[in-house]
Design a protein around this ligand. Sequence first.
Ligand SMILES: Nc1nc2c(c(=O)[nH]1)N[C@H]1C(S)=C(S)[C@@H](COP(=O)(O)O)O[C@H]1N2
Ligand SMILES: [Mo]
Length: 405
Amino acid sequence: MSQKMTRRRLLLGGAATAAVVLVESSFGKMVQTGIPEAAVDPTKQVGPLPGVLGTRSPFEHPQRKPSLTSSQTPLQDLYGMITPSDLHFERHHAGVPAIDPNSYELMIHGMVDKPTVFSLADLKRFPSVSRICFIECSGNFRKPDKENITPQDICGLTSQSEWTGVMLSTLFREVGVHPKASWFLAEGSDAAVMTRSIPVSKGWEDAMIVYAQNGEAIRPQQGYPARLLLPGWEGNTSVKWIRRIELSDGPFMTREETSKYTEPVKDGKIRQFSFTMDARSIITYPAYPAQLQKGWVEIRGLAWSGRGKIRQVEISTDAGKTWNAARLQEPVLDKAHTYFRYLWQWDGDTTAIMSRAIDETGYVQPSLEELIAARGIGTGYHLNPVTAWLIRRDGQVVYSPEKWK
Ligand SMILES: Nc1nc2c(c(=O)[nH]1)N[C@H]1C(S)=C(S)[C@@H](COP(=O)(O)O)O[C@H]1N2
Ligand SMILES: [Mo]
């Protein structure tokens, strides 16, 4: 019997199901990766030894839902304000490029005194900053067409990380941005060569070039080795794999701000450069596919606003007749997912529960009817309606479809 088999036997003799692999580590020892699904008696056997990378419990299976263009965060499976990096939603217009950090370059030019090409090492030498904020795709909405859909299906194109990098204002000072420069172009190095025009004021205010996410290098799917981060603005403007910033005195009118990412408003008008993500909330528990029992239920969820902090989240447990304030989990951060909780005693009757976010500017999350009245059916961008969950007598929780003409 090989050494491999001996060690496997020794370590996992009592495991009921052992989906375990032994691999040769860099130290030449046999290292066990993966945790057995269940031991008959875990006190009677030595478990897996320390490994090179951590794993999820084999009993937990949170997963994104990939399509050809995006994958959504499973909001109903998560707790708290941070999205695990491997569950951050993805939206790629032409896939994920493979970029060598050693040959990565970011050029800043146009209306500047000193056009400069920065390497990744150059970017990392500047004073760094970390902040927690969400990124949300402006197309983050699923029409209420059926009952059996989850928070992930409705609005899983929002995720939150701690981002680390350099303030764009630091780089602006370094290259000497002209006082008359009013817009800049941000360009990605993926096959889509994603380009967006951004007002220079956002660059001075809180824009960042980030190279780290939740304590490690930013993931390829999020823009490795560096992306633009525009807190609170539609996800599309946070250009990933950023390679060029050009300062100018007007917008560049790229495809993504003319043909795409515009939306109809009243009187046949079209809104362009609709950057700010409006306040929104979603109850992530109880939500489909949860099954309730009569008695105490802690309603939980997320609220966020691209305009600033969440001031209040209101909960209705009687289909919108009365509203009460939820408790907000500290810290409540600027332009950040905020976790809320609300204790409720379910009496076993059919009802609908819903949440409504109010941000520090006083903006109140609208109903779907209010949004349709204001904008018509629209293009599907920037839709943030109050979401209701229907609770049936048998405790089944389903999405409550509202009218969508
Ligand atoms: N270069 C580049 N940047 C990009 C994109 C892209 O396809 N290419 N997608 C944009 C869109 S539409 C969104 S919503 C966000 C998604 O960021 P994420 O994939 O890290 O969640 O990235 C934006 N930045
Ligand atoms: Mo997006």
